[in-house]
Design a protein around this ligand. Structure first.
Ligand code: 13P
Length: 251
């Protein structure tokens, strides 16, 4: 089954208002004509509204880099699903390894975010992936299984149509070390089999699974040629308009 590809740019903690708007303008141009795939940007919260204005009228989708589970209230430092919808964002990245590792977000908290976002009709990109140590200890599959099943606890079958999984091996993020296409395909096929177990086969066949970790113009084509890789979650290369334009237009 052919799933619609999704190329997402995670700008992390980068870009000023001016630089971000300039980059978004260029990304919108690169996405013109790429009608058989979705393109999405996740800018930092300080400029998400401005970037939303720039993207209006284009096909490029807007998402947050995280989201709280509550609609409003005393949650200093957090952004709610309602606030994201209010400024035109359609989804959020949740459970990025930087949130897990640097800011101590647990599977339990990530699950609350996933359920809260889906309950508010957002699209969710749930990130999972093993560290180098875990891979060397041959615990890759165990870690993937734990993060996926805990992250998706309580998610209904109906909500899975708005769910995307991103496999991001931590050792490949920002290191220039991409998982080989075989390593990535193996992990993606495993994730799809788990989705089938957690929900059902039809859900697994429709689920988009993105690869993230040093995706560049030089490796995007071979990654996207793998049967279970349905898109990319791009960090560093998403900050360069030319590189990201090439990634969007993968062959
Ligand atoms: P890099 O593309 O810089 O390795 O980052 C990947 C990532 O973490 C995207 O969320």
């Amino acid at each position: 089954m052919k799933r619609r590809a999704l190329i997402a740019g995670n700008w992390k903690m980068h870009t000023s208002v001016i630089d971000g708007c300039d980059l978004a303008t260029k990304v919108a141009k690169s996405a013109v004509g790429a009608d058989d795939r979705d393109v999405l940007l996740a800018p930092p919260f300080t400029i998400i509204s401005e970037v939303g204005h720039v993207l209006r009228g284009s096909s490029v989708l807007l998402a947050g880099q995280n989201v709280c589970w509550e609609a409003q209230g005393a949650f200093t430092g957090e952004i709610s699903p309602v606030m994201l919808t209010d400024i035109g964002a359609i989804g959020a990245i949740i459970g990025h390894s930087e949130r897990r590792q640097i800011f101590g977000e647990s599977d339990e908290m990530i699950n609350k975010r996933v359920v809260g976002a889906l309950d508010h009709d957002l699209m969710v990109i749930l990130c999972i992936g093993e560290t180098l140590e875990e891979r060397e200890q041959e615990r890759t599959f165990a870690v993937i299984k734990q993060q996926l099943s805990a992250g998706l606890s309580g998610v209904t079958r109906e909500q899975t149509s708005r769910l995307v999984i991103a496999y991001e091996p931590v050792w490949a993020i920002g290191t220039g070390k991409t998982a080989s296409k075989e390593q990535a395909q193996e992990a993606h096929a495993y994730i799809r089999s788990l989705v089938s177990e957690l929900f059902e086969k039809e859900v697994a066949e429709q689920m988009r699974i993105l690869y993230g970790g040093s995706v560049k113009p030089a490796n995007v084509d071979e990654l996207m040629a793998q049967p279970d890789i349905d898109g990319a979650l791009v960090g560093g290369a998403a900050l360069d308009a030319e590189s990201f334009g090439r990634i969007i237009n993968f062959k």
